[in-house]
Design a protein around this ligand. Sequence first.
Ligand SMILES: *Cc1c(COP(=O)(O)O)cnc(C)c1O
Length: 495
Amino acid sequence: MNYISTRDKSVKVTAAKAISQGISAEGGLFVPDCFPVLTKEDFDKLSKLDYVGRAKYILSGFLNDFTEDEVDYCVKGAYTNSFDNEQPAPISLIGKNANILELWHGPTCAFKDLALQLLPYLLTTSAKKVSKGKKIVILVATSGDTGKAALEGFCDVEDTEIMVFYPSDGVSPMQKLQMDSQKGENVHVCAIKGNFDDAQTGVKKIFTDNAVKEKLEQNNMQFSSANSINWGRLAPQIVYYISAYCDMLSRGEDYLKDGFNIVVPTGNFGNILAAYYAKKMGVPVNKLICASNANNVLTDFINTGKYDRNRSFFTTISPSMDILISSNLERMLFELSGNDDKAVAKMQNDLSQNGTFTVSEEIKQKMGELFFGGCCDDEATLGTIKELFSEYGYLCDTHTAVAMNVYKQYVEKTGDNRPTVIASTASPYKFANSVLSAVSDKTAESEFKTVRLLSEITSTEIPKPIKALENAQVRFKEICQKEDMLKAVYKALGI
Ligand SMILES: *Cc1c(COP(=O)(O)O)cnc(C)c1O
């Protein structure tokens, strides 16, 4: 297996190169040129393994130029001792069919930890193979959760520097505090005046600027990305969907006889793309349900075949999905067009020039067979949190609530009662204000009083990493204009 670029498939690199580089030189994203397909025997074998064993087996298929020892070192390092109760992705069953896949038991309480605990290992192992001796500079644009998860993952990792940009008014108070208080000698955090798309576009621009690249090279440095444009972020996410399937297999043969659905609260299209790849590898997934908040550019795209970012941007209570440019959709378009790199390059060019593109009737149809797209606004999100809590005593965060709401719309519309996996992407305590307002009329005057009140009222436990933040010291207070991101990078690197 090799990795090719979605915008020029004559570009062919190894896993180590794809991961250490992050993005292809002409702006395309790396994808495997073929996918391992798992058989019934593979799934039987995987079912008997723990998460580390499953991850090792699955990831080996993608890390073509890693030795077995290297994969072992990376996976054990990432998933041993960093998740509470030693189970990185447990399922809570609600009713008979709703399998809530809780992906927030890691150090930053969001699903990004599943990938970002592993990425530093993958990246430093890759760099040793392809660019020995160079310092790796990680640039991150974040809508809140990636930033903290990346900072935590890369904190004091040798030969790396990490710089995170987040929209100054676009993250929750808890997310902001998590990032601004990050410890570590090699970490830098900067808020920007703008939204997430501005941050992402700014970072992508810095990445693909040859003059900047040269300047880094002169200083023996090289950029890489911890955003989900990096293949090293996506591969670990495939693992938990396969692992969830293995866990459900233990409910008996009949339970999954017609396959199952997966619902994912979606922003950049990374998490749901990983679910699609799990399907491609042989997991019997029926529908992939793509749930959006009021920034419903993907819902419209799935329903009409036209992607159009020329619309109002909404700041919602599910900020990690406040995105109008879903960068991983590019990989899906590459799939759906039968690896047509020229067509993908044109669509992405149209998107950056005009903010819109339209796919062929054939692609639209394929998209509709694979995906169901739905969305809900903040009021419906809060209503779903309340309903889930009062009916099942299950407390979920705002992003997971968007997924549950759209799942309900899907069942109402189609009558499909298959078992379903719902990706639960964050702890409710990361968005305590909104979650509290959904389940109670009481309010508290500070973030941490809110957290404690939420815990009292719902009899749920405050995650340790959130508790620890109460006494954390704010280290980063900088806000820069979006035009000045490059300057901020140079300043942080001292070059
Ligand atoms: C990042 C994030 C999402 C969106 O995931 P994508 O891979 O960008 O689609 C959803 N929920 C939470 C809590 C997140 O942090």
